[in-house]
Design a protein around this ligand. Structure first.
Ligand code: ASP
Length: 353
């Protein structure tokens, strides 16, 4: 035994909590049927990358082992509360989650857990762990590495990228770099090493603000993508149902909606003035932002009170509306909140309208 090592103080390894939610990364292939099914335990999932134990002490929190298609707003709240309860005990958190709705959950956690002073890293995989050349092992190891770094926000670590959670979107069901954030620079790049960019939020030393947890989300936000045959009468039925609490139109281009035949303007007015339902205008252009008043077809919608999502991702805007609605039903306050930058979800430098 090396005597020097005996007396060298043991370096404390970072404590990371794995919050397990399911998805492909939590699946194994049945030997007989070859079908994918949930792994029996988190330990079985972690067994694909035993090296992680070399650099981190790991604890687990089990949320569920579900396809993220089935994630509901109450799951977001449960994940947020789970992290809140354990916040002071860990250096960072890794959340494993299905990729399909991972960007929504990342947006939800970003808003639910504010004043973060440590990393919350979401990851998943395109292929189940025991597939040949699966991305599960790399993504899991990298997420744990990122969770030990000086980061103070919710990020997605996937493939070769570290992205701002509330700005990210799943863009491919095939590529191993399944996520992008077209309107916000990458927070980091994973190659031979992990390099963070200047865009990442770093922790504050000394006194930091206490964690601010607002984990509730209102159900009943409806996203509607515009297309030529859309009949406003159909949407009116929805508004009158009492189930719709907020409406998002994925509009054309810079924020344009029909104003002539089958005009949506009376409907937007009805929703806001008569039903107290906030209406957001986002865009169908991935990588595009809503720019108020570029065209008259956009200007008219904002004149009657629609709220532009500016450069927020659709996922981010939708979750934010749901988060605002859980706090207030007052449309003026919601407009104010939608136009407030809480966690870097919106760039208000050239705020329009
Ligand atoms: N449908 C799966 C899920 O989102 C896909 C995945 O995990 O990649 O849970």
């Amino acid at each position: 035994m090396n005597l020097l090592n005996m007396f060298r103080p043991k370096r404390k390894r970072p404590k990371i909590c794995l919050v397990f939610c399911g998805g492909t990364i939590g699946m194994v292939r049945d030997k007989k049927t070859k079908a994918l099914k949930p792994a029996k335990s988190i330990k079985e999932v972690l067994s694909i990358a035993p090296e992680i134990h070399r650099f981190a002490d790991i604890d687990y929190a089990f949320i569920g082992n579900i396809d993220s298609t089935n994630v509901q707003t109450h799951h977001w709240a449960t994940i947020a509360r789970t992290i809140q309860e354990r916040y002071h005990r860990y250096t960072g958190f890794v959340v494993t989650h299905g990729t399909d709705t991972l960007a929504y959950t990342a947006s939800a956690l970003s808003l639910a857990l504010q004043n973060l002073n440590k990393p919350i890293v979401l990851t998943g995989s395109q292929m189940p762990p025991d597939d040949l050349a699966s991305d599960a092992r790399n993504n899991l190891i990298n997420a744990f590495r990122v969770a030990t770094m000086d980061i103070a926000e919710v990020v997605i670590c996937f493939g070769d990228s570290i992205l701002k959670g509330i700005r990210a979107q799943k863009w491919s069901e095939f590529e191993l770099n399944a996520f992008h954030s077209p309107l916000f620079p990458k927070l980091g790049k994973i190659g031979a090493d992990i390099e963070l960019t200047p865009y990442v939020e770093r922790s504050t030393e000394g006194v930091s603000l206490p964690l601010d947890c607002k984990p509730d989300f209102e159900r009943g936000v409806v996203e509607i993508r515009l297309f030529a045959s859309l009949n406003p009468e159909m949407i009116k039925v929805l508004l009158d149902s009492g189930l719709c609490k907020g409406l998002i139109f994925q509009s054309y281009g810079a924020g344009n909606i029909p104003t002539k035949e089958n005009s949506l303007i009376p409907l937007v007015t009805y929703a806001i003035k008569k039903k107290n339902i906030p209406v957001l205008i986002s865009t169908q252009c991935t990588g595009g932002k809503v720019r108020v008043g570029v065209y008259d077809t956009g200007y008219q919608a904002f004149k009657v009170g629609a709220i532009p999502t500016l450069d927020m991702s659709l996922e981010g805007a939708s979750v934010k509306l749901s988060w605002c609605l859980a706090q207030t039903k007052n449309i003026d306050i919601i407009r104010e909140m939608m136009n407030t930058n809480y966690v870097g979800e919106i760039n208000l430098e050239k705020k329009a309208g």
